[in-house]
Design a protein around this ligand. Structure first.
Ligand SMILES: Cc1cc2nc3c(=O)[nH]c(=O)nc-3n(C[C@H](O)[C@H](O)[C@H](O)COP(=O)(O)OP(=O)(O)OC[C@H]3O[C@@H](n4cnc5c(N)ncnc54)[C@H](O)[C@@H]3O)c2cc1C
Length: 400
């Protein structure tokens, strides 16, 4: 067991939330470490859109220009409706004048993590990989943390504060005894990063049918397209186990994906060269508290929900950027400890709103009720272009 070290903040988890938090702690002069149990950063694309506010909030760390240069800020959405009708909606020119980034930037999470992670490494504060937090104990004015390396070596660290950015199955949350209430949706979804012949480039495509929805989003890297679809009921694994990882119990193959596409799309689209295929279930859960004494939660550790509106990664990064400067100022005795109370009071309502909004969007997108099917295939496609044509409504919709 290595000797104890004393820190201002221990950041647990080097996903997008932990990386953003580390960037801000560094900028504000806190003494911190960031650890991640995995030996390498995630290579799967996962989240694929960055919102304007996230780009603004990351700008002070010198990463936003690189993100914009690597991503695609000019994506249109094509809604394909029954009867071969198509509606085109811009996801740029969002009618908002008070941001330098008035667009949804399409860039894979793997790229986003690479850009922010490289910036930290340049600053000498890289993620310590292969280092797992196994235990937390509150001890007076600090938290005693037990870290374990891959070779079994253990180390004790004393930190004034610990932030759990360690994802949906957060050890920090469990160790702090914070509940994570909510529910799982019964449907299983299929996701793949691959090549598609016959699909118009430069746009996201949504096929809205009576039986469900099928999406293709432009990725660029590691493949040209992200496909997302609900596994049709009655097919194997349609109500499968919780498998948010590749290669799990209901294996996905390209033949299955092609048959779903053939079922939803009347034009011939040919799928090929998959880089990542997985099936997963979606959950709607929120942490009972975002803080327990000296322990904080941020990102997926605090909230998980459906991907409607591409909000998971964005909400996590914005949690981190609300908390980082407050922790740094308190640790430098430049602000009273009460400042830290504002983290939960400011971010928990945001988390609850995201859970509510994504739940409604999920129900509309997947419901088999005749009324909601009608809303999906007829009402929404007619209303959306009208809303987006009027600048004030377009701005309000994007802000929401
Ligand atoms: C299949 C899939 C598709 C998705 N698609 C989208 C999308 O289209 N849009 C969107 O916005 N979001 C999407 N998401 C969600 C998005 O990926 C998450 O919201 C985002 O990754 C959350 O970031 P995070 O940093 O909070 O947690 P994570 O990215 O989960 O990172 C947590 C990190 O903590 C580490 N860790 C865990 N436990 C410990 C421990 N005890 N000690 C040390 N390290 C630990 C893990 O190794 C991991 O690196 C998707 C997720 C999945 C799985």
């Amino acid at each position: 067991m290595a000797a104890s070290e004393s820190l201002d903040v221990l950041v647990v988890g080097g996903g997008p939330t932990g990386l953003a938090l580390a960037a801000q702690l560094h900028a504000y002069g806190a003494r911190f470490r960031i650890v991640d149990r995995n030996l390498d950063r995630a290579r799967e694309s996962r989240a694929l859109a960055i919102q304007p506010r996230t780009l603004e909030a990351l700008a002070p760390f010198g990463v936003t220009d690189t993100l914009v240069a690597r991503g695609n800020p000019a994506v249109q959405l094509r809604m394909h409706l029954p009867g071969r009708r198509t509606v085109r909606l811009p996801l740029f020119d969002i009618g908002v004048a008070d941001t330098p980034y008035p667009f949804l930037l399409f860039l894979s999470q793997a790229e986003t993590e690479s850009v922010v992670g490289s910036r930290l490494a340049e600053d000498g504060t890289a993620v310590e990989r292969g280092t797992e937090l196994v235990e937390l104990t509150g001890e007076g004015g600090h938290v005693a943390c037990r870290l374990r390396q891959r070779d079994g070596t253990e180390e004790n660290v004393r930190a004034r504060y610990v932030v759990g950015c360690d994802g949906a199955r957060s050890t920090v949350r469990d160790q702090a005894g914070i509940g994570f209430d909510g529910y799982s949706y019964p449907q299983t979804f299929l996701l793949a990063d691959l090549e598609v012949d016959g699909l118009e480039r430069g746009a996201a495509h949504a096929y809205m049918t009576e039986t469900g929805m099928l999406f293709f989003f432009p990725l660029g890297s590691p493949a040209s397209w992200r496909m997302l679809a609900m596994r049709p009921s009655g097919t194997p694994g349609a109500k499968g186990p919780d498998v948010r990882r590749p290669g799990a119990e209901n294996p996905v193959d390209i033949g299955q994906l092609q048959s779903i596409v053939d079922r939803y799309v009347s034009d011939r689209l040919l799928l090929r060269d998959p880089v990542w295929m997985t099936d997963f279930r979606i959950h709607n859960r929120g942490a009972k508290n975002y803080r327990s004494d000296r322990v904080f939660l941020a990102g997926d550790a605090a909230h998980i929900h459906s991907p409607a509106g591409a909000q998971g990664m964005n909400t996590g990064i914005q949690d981190a950027l609300n908390l980082g400067w407050k922790l740094a100022l308190v640790c430098r005795d430049a602000a009273p400890a009460a400042l830290l109370d504002t983290y939960e009071s400011e971010r928990a309502p945001v988390g609850r709103n995201v859970l509510r909004f994504t739940d409604r969007a999920f129900i509309i997108a997947t419901s088999r009720s005749p009324l909601l099917r009608l809303a999906r295939t007829h009402l929404a496609p007619r209303l959306a272009p009208l809303v987006l044509r009027l600048p004030a409504l377009r701005a309000a919709a994007f802000r929401r």
